[in-house]
Write a protein that binds this ligand. Structure first.
Ligand code: DX5
Length: 227
């Protein structure tokens, strides 16, 4: 089975005073899952969602939650985010001294595990853990904030990861996700390179025709680019 095209929001631009209503609106708009950008103020210069905040939103929608752990200590915090209702945890290769052990622990918690790569981190960083993950996240901005410009030079890295997955026989089982600067003008390049899970924050919330139109438009553009 080839990987489906999945559209997922970052909730960074959402109204944090109404997160329950916001995730319900995202589900109604047709998103396939919701990504929570968890930031600790150390790994990145911003501070966002603790596990209790995510847990408070969990019952307001039924789509899967994933936690993008932009944190220095993912091992310490992983269980709390699974208990909060996240079915996938994304850890940064750059924050994990023992990445293989961290991913194994996430799987042992009953969640699926994914690895995020900052722009300067090579695709080879995931070469020896492909059996432990169901997704690779290629950051197309430097993490920490929404609204940044897409880094198109990440597209060769996306292709390299697709090639690694094919060589390992994991191309149908492991998603390639991109996050940062994804919008109508950039999504086709990322999808054509091999990304099938597309994270958007600003592009979703700035669409004058609303979230539903933004999700449908991005999905159509990505599917057209994937062929
Ligand atoms: C960076 C964040 C952003 C966010 C998406 O740490 O992870 O990439 O999710 O932001 P936009 O879609 O506004 O670039």
């Amino acid at each position: 089975m080839s990987r489906p095209t999945l559209i997922a929001p970052s909730v960074l631009p959402a109204d944090f005073s109404r997160l329950g209503d916001e995730v319900a609106a995202l589900e109604a708009a047709g998103v396939d899952l919701i990504q929570w950008d968890v930031m600790d103020g150390q790994f990145v210069p911003n501070l966002t969602f603790g596990p209790d905040v995510i847990a408070s939103a969990r019952s307001h929608c039924s789509v899967p939650f994933e936690a993008h752990l932009m944190v220095l200590t993912p091992d310490v915090m992983a269980e709390q985010y699974v208990q909060a209702g996240c079915s996938r945890l994304i850890v940064h290769a750059e924050a994990c001294t023992h990445l293989h052990r961290t991913l194994t622990n996430i799987n042992d918690l009953g969640a699926t595990a994914a690895v995020a790569l900052n722009p300067a981190t090579p695709a080879s960083a995931v070469e020896h853990v492909l059996d432990l993950i169901d997704m690779v996240l290629v950051m197309t901005v430097n993490p920490g904030f929404g609204g940044q410009a897409y880094i198109a030079t990440m597209e060769p890295k996306i292709r390299q990861i697709q090639q690694l997955l094919e060589a390992a026989g994991r191309a149908d089982d492991v998603h390639i996700e991109v996050d940062g600067g994804i919008g109508p003008e950039t999504i086709a390049g990322a999808a054509a390179a091999g990304a099938n899970v597309l994270i958007a924050g600003s592009a979703l919330y700035s669409d004058p025709e609303g979230l539903g139109h933004a999700v449908s438009d991005l999905r159509a553009r990505a599917e057209a680019a994937r062929g």
